[in-house]
Design a protein around this ligand. Sequence first.
Ligand code: GDG
Length: 448
Amino acid sequence: MGRLICLSNRIPMGPNPSGGLVVAVGDALTSRDGLWIGTSGEINDTPEDQFRPVEGGAFQRLCFDLTPEEQANYYDGYANSVLWPLFHGRTDLMDIRAEFLSTYKAVNRRLARMLADVITPEDRIWVHDFHLLPLAYDLRQMGIQNRIGFFLHTPFPTPLAMQALPNGSEICQWLAHYDLIGLQAERDARNCITAMVEIGGASELAGGFIHLAPRQSRIAAFPIAIDAGEFSDLAAREFDKLPSGIVKPERRLMIGVDRLDYTKGVPQRFRAFGEFLARHEEWHRHVSLLQISPPTREGVEAYDDIREETEHLSGQINGRYADISWAPIRFINRPIPRETLAGLYRAADVGLVTPLMDGMNLVAKEFIAAQNPEDPGVLMLSQFAGAAEQMPEALIVNPHDHEQMATTMLTALAMPRGERRERYSALMTTLRKKDVHWWSRGYLTALG
Ligand code: GDG
């Protein structure tokens, strides 16, 4: 029996990693003979052409460094300034440059060469996310015949959006070298099949298979998940440790937790909350919105813009409505420890998960898992999060419609306990059944 080798752009370097992808992939590796390979996060002018081991942890890890040019053109460039906006329907933010694409290909080739030295014929290879689209193609060029699977953590773009990318058909050719292409949601699996046929020239076969010579690949949705039981226990423990000022009997709490990213719809959420306050003076001083948004991708211009817009809006709303003992919005621009986050979800009456586009969105799942079953909070969930396919009992909203969002905020705050418990219990049943173990087992069984 061979090993399971997972590859992703970054690997967690500490002994106790947290975060969505990290927890899910870590779980898959811990229960198998696993190895995880990715960049170290260190920038190095003359990186070595072989991996180095990372000490500690529950499974083996190997890492490599990027050069400053690779960081700028592969990571900030092609991955985060071309593919990320494209895959989230923001073709207007794409920054297409020849050097981004050539460095992206070069990094994937370099990784494939190093990888070829550590693969044995029985190993199964599982490649994660949009940073590494060409990896199977590069490995096949070197004669590697192992089973290779791919999982995309973001949405898959529509065929129309794909046409905005000069090398859209090349992406389809790369993907055709995987045996299994896993997506987050059914909508993404459909987009992927259509793109492979219309742009890549593949033929569609029955059962989610496509054929593009010389290989048949299967395309299917495998919605990523969390360890709902573990997170629920964590939240119950941590809730009791929260500072006393957080939970006030006379004040309700709405919470948002999102990396500061233009896909997450934070400005739209703030505008909707402003609309809610404008309509409902009776709620002034009785509700506040806690928005936790650790910064990411600070080298990319669009991220400076979203930070400015969000700070401006929260300042404006606080300026208009705050008084000496109440600020409507608390905007925290730093990461919070995972344990504290779990306790805060449980303290909140409403969870606002309203991205403009999102592969899955694990915050939606964490928020539900963290609730007190006797007196649960209410989840407002964007129809554009992959999670909406699995969580119909949430209050599903259109994040572009700030009037509907404001109306739904009132519905959520006023929802009777009986209805809250019914919705929570239906959501939690799915979360427990389709948890992170179900996700990795389902994917790896399909990979074979
Ligand atoms: C990508 C896809 C897909 C957030 N702030 C803090 C913090 N977080 C944690 C959350 C959650 C994770 O980060 C975020 O996961 P999401 O799924 O919400 O979103 P992305 O980061 O965009 O992830 C997404 C995911 O990959 C997995 O496939 O669902 O669609 O975009 O776990 O709790 N954690 C801590 N402090 C923070 O301040 N500790």
